[in-house]
Design a protein around this ligand. Sequence first.
Ligand SMILES: [Zn+2]
Length: 382
Amino acid sequence: MEDFYILDTTLRDGEQTPGVDFTMEEKLEIATMLDKAGVGVIEVGTPAMGQEEIQIIKKINDLGLKCELITWNRLSKSDIDSSIKTGIKNVHIGVPVSDIHIYNKLKKSREWIIETLKELVTYALDKGCKVSVGAEDASRADLDFLIEFYKTAESLGVCRVRYADTVGALDPFTVYENIKIIRSEINIDIDFHGHNDFGMATANALAACRAGAKYISATVNGIGERAGNTSLEEIVASLKYIGKYKTNFDMKQIPVLSKYVEKASGIKLSKNKPLVGEAVFSHESGIHVDGLLKDRRTYEFIDPTEIGRESEFVLGKTSGKASVKNAMEKLGMKLDDDKISKMLEKVRKGESLEKKKEPLKKLKYKVVGIFSGEIKLPFIFP
Ligand SMILES: [Zn+2]
């Protein structure tokens, strides 16, 4: 039994990122990688989009993955009929629940939502489907109405409900309070679906989990509408390493999954993207390198090899003697203090001179695993 499950929606909400359009091969590969990493559920797509989407989802279903697969549907019978054509009889029905969505987007009423929910869930259950229900824009909905909505869904026999912070409007404190209240009102699993409009999607998901949400919706690299969704890698690592939650998720799959989705989505990761950015385990400053060489934990909270990454030391303007000494020792050269100081001067000067001409890269040396060895020679060393 795991403490939480990831409900990955890279193939559904992630693909809704403007400009992202995965090919069938890419979707099959992403689904396979997600399953291998150990997600609990994959939201595979929206069958109502048409025949092509249905065919792709069928192929994903044919992969015979271990994890649960669900399709995304609007509050419509024809959507559910399209889903059934995929062979996956596990439907998620997304239902707008805030007044902004009910009255201004749908031009309907709260009563209509409850009645149609009853009708549609019953329809899907009668067709032999497993059903989960999502509350779209739950974060801006009236809490009493939201609870009525969830209780209705529970009484109809759905297996799980989603709390969607559709526009990323919440902070972790409110998420915690709201989920705690909902948790005390219903007895089925809650899935938290967050967006990152204020940079709080990961913190919000962590708060939701602490308040009793068992499922966390996420996408690889956090791709998704606007500022994106909760990042799969960020939330899974935060829950494990900060929250101390039990999970069978294979952390070592994170870099390869992230790289693949970066390429397939065309959305470049920033260098300092937590956990997966190119530079997040690079160290240059003299004080930090000196500390790391004495005890890695001084400046790294987790051992990067835990998540399939490696530490890297970079020589540059802020380097100190410990960096140079370590680099030279790795190269098999023992230098006295004076020589190291001279070399450090060169490193610092070299960097500032070279910076102007571009090849900053040349100054880097890489230690694969801080204690293991292997160095790439910087040009500055003879
Ligand atoms: Zn969403």
